[in-house]
Design a protein around this ligand. Structure first.
Ligand SMILES: [Zn+2]
Length: 1727
């Protein structure tokens, strides 16, 4: 720059005024040393206004016609410049500062002394909303701040651009706040600057080296501006604001007119800090400021700080990790603390610098915090620090409690921070439970702080969108409506004051958005009116001020919200406008297109899409790219549009493929694919891949397994999967209905269970808790009890809300009317004690009974109405008395009954009577009922004695919801109370109940029972009134009795003795005594199962009575199992009840597990775990693999839903999952955990987390270190259905292997994507120790793990999951399967029997789901000659029978039989056909299997030996042993002489022994002789033969299911006799045996000749009304399934068995089995 003239300032006017020849020359004064980028000049005809202050002239230059508009900007410039001078203590160094507004400038620029601005900045401050003005003030002050930061001191290089922009950004806010405190601009800093900074991570650090100009351009990003501002703000506060400013002033002074880097700045700060007495004690203050600050300026991410507290020692563990999960950065983090005892939120200097380590644990006093154990703790006061803080749940509960009690104690910015940080956890599914979150949210109805609403809004909206389509959605929206309504009313229904701040505008939009998203009627009406006026009636903009006076709203937001629910007329008008209007001239055309995407009506959405993109969209209103972007907008902003978009794509992909850019849009849309749609999506993608496309070079179709697919909805889906149940239950339990419950009510609702969790966390180790802690705890627990007593009832709302109903509302119908659908009692009164008196004359068959129940109850809130359950009871007369006054007056009650929910509501007729909170009352109800005949509730049964006389009895079955049939009660499992029972009955009868008889109070015909000394749930109450006899015994003074009808007394012994032993062994294992003074077991005729009534367990007779001569060992084992199951319930279910039926598995899972464990303790020689493996373990794995089973923890509400909970997912699966953890944790820990669970929760009720906490606590006590806590690991099993398939891949050269998990599904193309925390361990050929089953490794909810420290040799087999205790399946690479197969042959006993079984079961499952070839499975089977154990044979039996069913019609069936014979022969020879006295129990089980297999494939000895048993029976009357009867009759009759066959056929017609007839009925069908079978099947229609009608219609099935011969005989028989056979039953269609049998026969068809014959039969009968209409189709379908199987599989199997046979023939010519085994072993190496 040439300098000819020195002036005090750059004189632009001079440039305009003077003429130097044709041109004017303007010369400026020389500047101080400045950077080139700060030089500027402007040549224009602008005019200015000016003001001089403190010797600095400031001017605003504008075009002449708006000269006056800059007045306020000038004022601000003057005030701001002097404020900066004062703040930094450094004067502005130039004599003037100009501000010039350039219409087309790209951005404002801080040129020294000549700031340029964009567009209409600084103008029109008078007539635009003040939020625009505030924004301009920030911009102007930012540029003024640069006059110091950037201009006075410039950065050494662009690497330090943040030294300019970070400081300018931050201090523009600081100074604006000082100048205009009413703007509350620091709030805006949080929701605008900080919010943006938090969302930008992992890209680069603040200080970032760069070179070329394009890199330099990129450095001006949100990191340089916003993150740097946040970091500067953090240190401004942490280093003590004044000290910090002193440091930066010194820095500015020292480097003025020069350049500086970050170290220069830091060193000046260090110097300032060193002189600050506040920090004189702080170690870091001496020389650590460089380390501290560089850890922030050189890191790419930001930290997440987790705070967890140990309440026992009052220590705090602080962890840090990077928000970017792939980074290992650590920071020096300035922390400050507030607690309930010391809530000083104003002091924001650092209390403690966390060093850059992952974790520190310090006591509260070391951290300088005043903190009692029941104090809440808050870190990062006023959000001054730039990091997230996550708290442990217990601390959050304490915070929640504070918020509910008095939220103003906590600083508003910290209240806001809690929600912001929770939002991060929610979006990342980093939660243990949602309870605390909802508890926190629920206080929002009292919250009026705007920043907080802004910071919580995204979380509320996220949940709203995430819960879309789930069971929780309706309740959730109603819940939020209630939260937002007070705030909405406050803001929008008051006259608005002028000049809203930026924060106010922002918050109003967010509140509006929340309110409309949850359908708050006021919001919908408002936004809908805006839409109607604007878009339908065409009213001008800005008139929206008339509603709530808001002119600052974003148009697009208002219109979008207003579009949610439209009338048909409105929508059609809009669509019409779009179709016929002209985009260029119509004022709202673009608004319409953009806003319509927000409608919630799916039909409208579909029409809208058709308009935009459909085949018949005749008018091209936009270019293709723009139209298609709307698909993305819809997916992003409107959950209702998701399915519509997919459907639209499926219908229109051909048209769309012809458009530009479709693939690019499609790839983006793919990011929204939900898992449930994945398969269809892949199919759609495939179709698109095949379409001719308009493709530009850069377009490609997303990869079919791209990780992007679904990534934008993945986390939401996980949330729903993990937490929807919890959300549902929370809302269900705590929901407060709009407008009815008051603010006061929700304050009372502080859920006991979570206090309980907190207490648990606090009392982790009672024995070590100090006396002081105990005192505090005692107070805490006392307040807890109070909380329990005041739990209020909050009715949930399942109202279906649809757009149709919105329309109704607008037509004057109140859509807030509730359709009640809540089956839970209000429980605003709770029972303490019941006195029940029942009178029954059941002895003579009378079913009517009368009852009187007296309930002592307490009100938990003021109420006039008591609500109880009752079922099928009548004649209620009820009175109520004050429970505390002696001789209190009895008031009559009016009674009303609601059939559907079975609610009995009682209200005092005297309107003056109210049951005030915490008052106690005695309610008396008399009523009558009828004993039921369906074995439920209080019911009547009968039996016939030896003299053929009929005897009646009355007994009970109350679980789940039938106690209410015997007496009105609070029939929910958590409503425990004590009981006194009196029963009046005929003196010839006796009565039983849970407690022993009270001898003194009883009299003839009146049995009074002792009152229970403990509380019990209603469903466990029981009575039994009969003329039964009993036997008794006792152990440790606990009397045991076993009751049955008198003629069965001799069958008592086994049940009685087993019961005594089992009860004691359970009490010993749990180390918790049985709680009642008696145990009675009762055998009830015809009962289908057993019931664990406390102290009075009832069983079906066959489950309790054991006859030494006629009963089988399997009956014996089942009796022991069932006793153990019911007795386990005495603890799991009775001692500790389930909180609700959701957690049914907490009792049934344990009962199922201990039905084995307790029997194993008492009868160890039985080895019952093998039977667990073949029954519950296999049935759980099979059922759970189908993909339709619900998780263990699953909500149920109505009685019908509750009874559906009684299935595998509540019994077998939880037993297996518990068993897995028992082994993984080790029995010592498991047992200690159960003891803790039972002790801590005694006589209470639980949810699953109490179990997890107890197990965790036991693990801690035993110093068992776990890779994750149990309440994180276990829910992946309890709250997710299914289980993992582990796939093991070995690296044979490096001794390594990989374990991968995928969710198992029978359909191998389906993957739910679920992962689990999988404990496992392994054994190998060289280390075959299967005994220690604790987990040595874990797959931690990740897909894959590498095991590198294994010592598995290359030729070793490797087997995971020792003893098969883990609940999962395992597939191996083929080579390992080969090694296992060889190992099994070589030394089967080296592998645990349950592993041998599981290898077979798994391989079989993998073969049948096409995951493994048949030869692997068949080869595994070749070790069977060395197998004598039950579980493996049970697996083999299933496999062989399955193969046999398919292959028995094959031409090469003989080869198959040969193969199986060679497998079974050895074990058959070992076991034979005869029952052996005193042999191991499972040997008998194994024999039955082996005999069946051997005879099935024609092992000669088997057939002969079996037949000989029948011969001996006929000729010598040698009885067949009970244990082998079934096998002996069937196999003995396979190839018997006609004499024998006819003998037993006649026995069938003449015997009166039903059991014997049953054996015969099944055995006779086993014959393989056509003539015999013909005689047999003909007898079914021969009315001269003595057969029952059910025998006539079942015997055919015993024939056709036993192979080709029987099948052909049956087809032939029906062809000749179908009319007669069909007439055996009155029923028609599918219910007729003719139809049923033909369909069933089709399942056994496995070759063409059978098919032809069956089809011929079908065509004969298909027109008959005795068969189903679609018979032909059904039959053909069934047969096709078989033929498909054969096509796909038979070749593989046949080829294996053929080559097996030929190798054996050539290589083996000896009959010695040892040689045979050796050869098989050698051979197997060549497969
Ligand atoms: Zn049970």
């Amino acid at each position: 720059m040439m300098v000819r003239q020195i002036e005090p300032y750059i004189d632009v006017n001079a440039a305009l005024g003077g003429i130097d020849g044709p041109m004017l020359t303007t010369t400026f004064h020389t500047t101080p040393a400045i950077s080139t980028y700060l030089v500027a000049f402007v040549i224009s005809d602008f005019v200015y206004i000016s003001e001089e202050y403190r010797g600095v002239l400031q001017r605003i230059f504008t075009p002449p016609h708006v000269a006056d508009k800059g007045r306020r900007a000038l004022k601000n410039a003057v005030r701001a410049l002097s404020k900066f001078e004062d703040y930094f203590g450094i004067d502005y160094v130039l004599p003037k500062l100009d501000h010039i507004i350039l219409k087309r400038s790209p951005a404002a620029m801080e040129n020294w002394g000549l700031i340029t601005y964009v567009g209409d900045a600084l103008m029109h401050w008078d007539d635009v909303g003040s939020s625009k003005m505030q924004f301009d003030v920030i911009v102007q002050n930012h540029e003024i701040a640069h006059q110091w930061f950037g201009n006075l001191v410039s950065p050494e290089w662009w690497s330090y651009a943040w030294l300019n922009e970070g400081f300018a950004t931050y201090f523009s806010y600081v100074v604006t706040d000082l100048l205009y405190p009413d703007y509350k601009i620091m709030d805006y800093f949080l929701i605008y600057v900080a919010d943006d900074a938090y969302s930008t991570i992992g890209i680069r650090p603040m200080t970032y080296y760069l070179e070329n100009s394009s890199e330099i351009r990129k450095v001006f990003d949100s990191i340089t501006y916003h993150r740097a501002a946040c970091v500067i703000k953090m240190f401004h506060h942490a280093f003590n604001q004044k000290t910090f400013v002193r440091g930066i002033s010194q820095y500015l002074r020292k480097y003025q007119y020069s350049v500086a880097n970050e170290l220069n700045l830091i060193d000046e700060l260090q110097a300032a800090i060193a002189t600050d007495v506040t920090f004189s004690q702080a170690v870091w203050s001496k020389n650590s400021v460089r380390d501290i600050m560089l850890s922030w300026t050189h890191s790419s991410a930001i930290p997440i700080v987790s705070i967890s507290r140990d309440y026992e020692y009052n220590t705090i563990t602080i962890k840090q990790r990077s928000k970017d999960q792939s980074s290992l950065e650590y920071w020096w983090i300035p922390l400050n603390f507030a607690s309930a005892s010391a809530p000083d939120f104003q002091r924001t200097t650092v209390d403690y610098f966390m060093p850059p380590v992952p974790e520190v644990t310090l006591s509260a006093s070391e951290l300088g915090i005043e903190l009692r154990i029941d104090d809440w703790l808050i870190v990062n006061k006023q959000q001054t620090g730039f990091y997230h803080v996550l708290y442990n749940d217990a601390n959050l509960w304490l915070i929640a409690k504070q918020l509910h009690d008095n939220h103003t104690v906590i600083h508003p910015l910290n209240r806001a921070a809690i929600f912001q940080d929770l939002g991060y956890r929610i979006r990342n599914n980093n939660l243990q439970s949602v309870d605390v979150i909802f508890k926190l949210l629920s206080y929002l109805q009292h919250e009026k702080e705007l920043v907080l609403w802004v910071q919580v809004a995204d979380t509320i909206l996220y949940l709203c969108s995430t819960l879309y389509g789930t069971s929780s959605r309706q309740m959730y929206t109603k819940f939020v409506r209630q939260l937002v309504k007070p705030m909405f009313t406050e803001i929008f229904e008051k006259p608005v004051q002028q000049n809203l701040t930026n924060t106010e505008v922002f918050a109003r939009e967010k509140i509006m958005e929340i309110a409309c998203w949850v359908d708050l009627p006021e919001c919908l009406t408002y936004t809908h009116n805006v839409v109607r006026d604007r878009l339908v009636d065409g009213e001008a903009r800005r008139n929206q001020k008339k509603y709530y006076g808001n002119s600052d709203f974003s148009d697009t937001l208002l219109l979008c919200l207003g579009m949610r629910y439209l009338h048909d007329g409105e929508f059609n008008a809009m669509l019409n406008t779009l179709s016929n209007g002209d985009r260029d001239t119509h004022p709202w055309y673009d608004d319409l297109i953009y806003a319509l995407r927000c409608t919630q009506n799916q039909t409208y959405l579909q029409q809208y899409l058709n308009f935009l993109l459909g085949e018949n969209s005749t008018k091209s209103i936009m270019d293709d790219n723009e139209s298609m972007m709307y698909l993305v907008y819809m997916l992003r902003s409107n959950r209702a549009a998701h399915t519509v978009v997919w459907q639209f794509l499926e219908h229109n992909y051909q048209v769309l493929c012809r458009k530009d850019c479709f693939l690019r849009i499609f790839n983006r849309i793919a990011e929204y694919v939900p898992r449930s749609y994945l398969e269809q999506f892949k199919y759609l993608r495939q179709k698109i891949a095949l379409q001719p496309k308009k493709v530009d070079e850069n377009e490609f179709l997303i990869d079919v397994d791209s990780p992007s697919i679904g990534r934008r909805v993945e986390k939401s889906e996980i949330f729903v999967q993990k937490f929807n149940n919890q959300v549902y239950e929370w809302l269900q339990k705590h929901y407060v209905e709009d407008g009815i419950n008051t603010v006061a009510n929700i304050k009372q609702v502080f859920p006991l269970l979570n206090y309980g969790r907190l207490v648990l966390e606090m009392i982790r180790n009672k024995s070590k808790v100090s006396a002081l802690c105990f005192a505090t705890l005692a107070i805490f627990v006392a307040s807890l009890t109070l909380a329990e007593a005041t739990i209020g009832y909050l009715p949930p709302d399942l109202e279906e809300k649809s757009s149709a109903r919105i329309a109704e509302k607008e037509a004057g119908i109140d859509y807030n009317a509730r359709a009640v659908d809540n089956y839970r009692l209000p429980n605003n009164t709770v029972p303490i004690h019941y006195n029940i008196e029942l009178t029954t004359n059941v002895h003579n068959g009378t079913t009517s009974f009368s009852g009187k129940v007296q309930i002592i109850l307490t009100a938990t809130e003021d109420t006039r109405t008591i609500v109880l359950h009752a079922r099928q009871l009548t004649g209620f007369i009820a009175t109520i008395q004050n429970g505390t006054l002696a001789n209190a007056a009895a008031y009559n009650m009016t009674v009303s009954y609601e059939t559907d929910r079975e609610f009995l509501s009682l209200t005092p007729t005297n309107t003056a009577i109210t049951l005030y909170k915490n008052t106690t009352w005695t309610l008396t109800i008399t009523y009558t009922g009828n004993l039921r005949t369906d074995r439920a509730g209080f019911h009547i049964l009968s039996y016939t004695d030896a003299q053929n006389r009929l005897h009646y009895m009355a007994t009970t079955q109350f679980e789940s919801t039938n106690a209410r049939h015997a007496f009105p009660c609070y029939d929910e499992p958590a409503m425990r109370a004590t009981f006194g029972v009196t029963i009046r009955h005929d003196p010839s009868y006796s009565a039983l109940s849970n407690m022993p008889k009270n001898e003194t109070a009883s009299s003839t015909g009146v049995t009074v029972f002792q009152r229970t000394n403990i509380t019990i749930p209603t469903y466990l109450v029981a009575f039994h009134v009969s003329d039964y006899a009993y036997t008794e015994g006792s152990l440790h003074e606990l009397p045991h009795r076993l009751y049955s009808k008198p003629q069965n007394v001799s069958d008592h012994q086994f049940g009685l003795v087993s019961g005594i032993l089992i009860l004691q062994s359970l009490a010993d294992y749990y180390n918790v005594s049985f709680a009642l003074p008696q145990m009675a077991q009762v055998a009830v005729p015809g009962k289908g199962g057993a019931m664990e009534n406390w102290g009075l367990v009832t069983y079906g007779e066959q489950y309790l009575l054991f006859n030494k001569t006629t009963s089988t060992t399997s009956t014996q084992l089942s009796i022991a199992n069932i006793i153990a199951h019911e007795f386990t319930h005495q603890w799991f279910g009775n001692h500790v009840a389930v909180r609700w039926w959701t957690y049914l598995w907490l009792k049934e899972g344990f009962a199922t597990l201990f039905s084995y464990q307790a029997v194993d303790e008492v009868y160890p020689e039985w080895d019952v775990y093998q039977t667990m493996h073949t029954s519950d373990y296999q049935s759980a794995l099979s059922n759970d693999g189908i993909g339709t089973v619900v998780p263990m923890t699953h909500y149920a509400q109505t009685p019908a839903e509750i009874s559906a909970r009684y299935g595998t997912s509540s019994y077998a699966k939880p037993a297996c999952v518990l068993h897995m953890w028992q082994h993984a944790l080790g029995d010592k820990v498991f047992r200690a955990g159960l003891n803790k669970y039972l002790t801590d929760n005694a006589f209470n009720s639980t949810e699953e987390w109490q179990l997890f906490e107890a197990l965790q606590s036991a693990a801690n006590e035993h110093r068992l270190s776990l890779p994750a806590s149990i309440n994180v690991m276990f829910p992946t099993w309890s709250q997710q259905s299914g289980y993992p398939l582990l796939t093991v891949t070995r690296d044979y050269t490096a001794n390594k292997f990989t374990v991968q998990q995928t969710a198992f599904n029978d359909n191998s193309t389906v993957n739910s994507g679920r992962t689990y925390y999988v404990p496992f361990n392994y054994a190998s050929r060289s280390e075959p120790d299967f005994r220690n089953t604790t987990a040595t490794n874990y797959l931690l909810n990740v897909k894959e793990i590498n095991i590198t420290d294994a010592t598995v040799g290359a030729t070793d087999w490797l087997i995971l999951n020792k003893q098969s205790s883990g609940y999962y399946r395992i597939n191996y690479d083929e080579r390992n399967w080969q090694l296992i197969a060889e190992g099994l042959v070589e030394r089967p006993q080296a592998i645990h029997p349950r592993n041998r079984a599981q290898l077979l079961y798994d391989a079989y499952k993998f073969v049948s789901t096409y995951r493994l070839p048949h030869n692997i499975l068949l080869k595994l089977l070749t070790y069977l000659p060395g197998e004598d154990q039950y579980a493996p044979w049970s697996a083999a039996n299933a496999i062989i029978n399955n193969y046999n069913a398919y292959l028995s019609g094959d031409a090469d069936y003989d080869d198959f039989k040969y193969f199986i014979k060679s497998l079974v022969n050895n074990t058959y020879e070992l076991l034979g056909v005869n029952d052996v006295h005193a042999e191991p129990l499972l040997r008998k089980y194994t024999r039955n299997i082996v005999v069946n297999v051997a005879c099935l494939v024609g092992v000669e000895n088997c057939l002969t030996d079996s037949n000989n048993k029948l011969k001996a029976l006929i000729s010598k009357n040698v009885a067949i042993e009970p244990n082998v009867r079934s096998q002996a009759y069937c196999n003995g009759l396979r190839h018997s002489s006609d004499t024998e066959y006819n003998h037993f056929l006649n026995e069938l017609f003449s015997s009166s022994d039903a059991t014997y007839r049953n054996y015969l009925l099944r055995g006779l069908g086993c014959s393989q002789d056509s003539k015999q079978l013909e005689r047999y099947v003909n007898s079914s229609i021969d009315q001269t033969k003595s057969l029952t009608s059910s025998e006539r219609t079942t015997l055919l099935s015993t024939v056709y299911s036993r192979g080709s011969t029987g099948l052909l005989v049956s087809i032939e028989f029906l062809s000749n006799n179908f009319e007669t056979y069909g007439n055996l039953s009155e029923s028609t269609g599918a219910a007729n045996p003719l139809s049923r049998d033909i369909v069933s026969m089709s399942n056994y068809v496995n070759n063409k000749s059978q098919e032809e014959k069956l089809l011929a039969l079908v065509s004969k009968v298909k027109t008959s009304n005795k068969v189903q209409a679609n018979l032909e189709v059904t039959v053909q379908t069934n047969m096709n399934v078989n033929f498909n199987w054969l096509n796909l599989n038979s070749k593989q199997v046949i080829s294996f068995v053929k080559s097996y046979r030929s190798s054996a023939r050539s290589a083996l010519n000896a009959s010695l089995l040892s040689v045979f085994v050796a050869v098989v072993m050698t051979l197997s190496r060549f497969f």
